[in-house]
Ligand binder design. Structure first.
Ligand SMILES: *Cc1c(COP(=O)(O)O)cnc(C)c1O
Length: 376
């Protein structure tokens, strides 16, 4: 059986966890949390960041930081994970869903301005599969209309937009270290803060609404309840696990990008023959080997391909269902038509891609999929 995903453990995790335990302080914002923050600032170039227990947490922090109030509108792609929307719904926002491009699941920047109203407060972009959204265009629309931009960069570690790292462009960004992502800590995430306006308040919200971080730095003489907040910070044990992964980032990434490239080459002929569609990577974007997908002609064809591969022990899975058609959203809103999003919901199929995927197994997957389409 070739699974769809297999979390990769580098072998150094227990060493750092043991050290974290030996240090005797395993709550949040400890030694390894600081080490991870330093890593991201020095190696990726983020201005400021805070580890969180999940990307969902980081998105919830972002919604609090930009002061989302009931009635505010937030523009979000419909082709995404529920947390992208839920974080803002929890604060009372009205979600306005945007469609994807015809050839790329990312939010279509060309239609965004039509969705802006006097109540719009933010645009949340999702770099699907780690492929950048058109950030110049999106930041331009945001600046012109006085909106915040939040990057849901859950899948986007080590990927770039015109040589800028994803997560460093919007006002705030959220990463995930869930075990299905490139770099993992079981559950885990990070908020990246690209505007110093948010620095102080982010730390307070992170620490349950207290100025505890400033207190430990000796900046205030007592620590008090100063704002709303929650327990968004992960244990230092989680950070120690993550640190082991970060030390292996280059190795993990070069393997994943290699596997991605083999898939891309392996399906070139099918794509040139018009039998299947491959991911479209715009000139301004890079791939980070997060996930590889094919676009089938129809939901029926995709189901057939899933069953066909299953017979050979290969597990492939589709991805998001359009959020604008979800039971929760439909209850309160008129249905609208987002045809490209619906097309990805019906036709996109993700193939196995993980660090330990065997090259021989990958060749088998490529060859079987070629057979499937060529015999039709
Ligand atoms: C994985 C993912 C999330 C959620 O991440 P968690 O760390 O599990 O909260 C959110 N948005 C996108 C686009 C994701 O891929």
């Amino acid at each position: 059986m070739i699974p769809f995903n297999k979390p990769y453990m580098t072998g150094d995790e227990l060493y750092y966890i043991k050290d974290a335990v030996a240090r005797g302080k395993i709550s949040g914002n400890g030694y390894y949390t600081q080490k991870c923050h330093e890593y991201f600032k020095q190696n990726i170039g983020f201005r400021n960041c805070l580890l969180t227990s999940s990307c969902t947490d980081a998105l919830e922090m972002a919604a609090i930081l930009i002061d989302i109030k009931p009635g505010d509108e937030v523009i979000i792609p419909s082709y995404t994970f529920v947390s992208t929307a839920n974080a803002f719904v929890l604060r009372g926002a009205k979600i306005v869903f945007a469609d994807s491009y015809h050839n790329n699941p990312n939010i279509n920047a060309d239609i965004l301005e039509e969705l802006v109203t006097a109540k719009t407060k933010a645009i949340v972009v999702v770099h699907y599969a780690g492929v950048a959204c058109d950030m110049d265009e999106i930041m331009g629309i945001a600046n012109k209309n006085n909106l915040f931009v939040i990057e849901d960069a859950a899948q986007a570690i080590d990927s770039y937009y015109k040589s800028q790292p994803l997560g460093a462009i919007g006002h705030l960004a959220a990463f995930s270290f869930h075990e299905t992502k490139n770099i993992i800590s079981g559950e885990g995430g990070m908020l990246v803060i690209n505007d110093d306006f948010f620095d102080q308040r982010a730390e307070i919200i992170w620490e349950k609404g207290t100025n505890r971080s400033a207190f430990f730095r000796g900046e205030v003489d007592k620590y008090s309840w100063v704002d709303i907040g929650s327990s968004f910070l992960p244990s230092d044990v989680t950070a120690a696990f993550l640190y082991a992964q970060l030390e292996n980032l280059e190795k993990i990434q070069s393997r994943r990008k290699h596997l991605w490239g083999c898939y891309y080459k392996g399906f070139q002929e099918l794509a040139l023959g018009g039998l299947v569609k491959l991911p479209h990577i715009p000139d301004y974007a890079t791939t980070n080997g997060h996930l590889f997908y094919l676009i089938c002609d129809s939901i029926e064809q995709r189901s057939e391909l899933i069953s066909f591969l299953k017979e050979y022990g290969i597990h492939c899975v589709f991805h998001y269902l359009s959020l604008h058609k979800s039971p929760f959203y439909k209850e309160n809103n008129q249905t609208k038509r987002l045809i490209y999003c619906d097309n990805f919901a019906d036709c996109l199929l993700r193939l196995p891609l993980y660090y330990e995927l065997d090259m021989e197994d990958q060749r088998k997957i490529i060859s079987l999929i070629n057979d499937f389409f060529n015999k039709r």
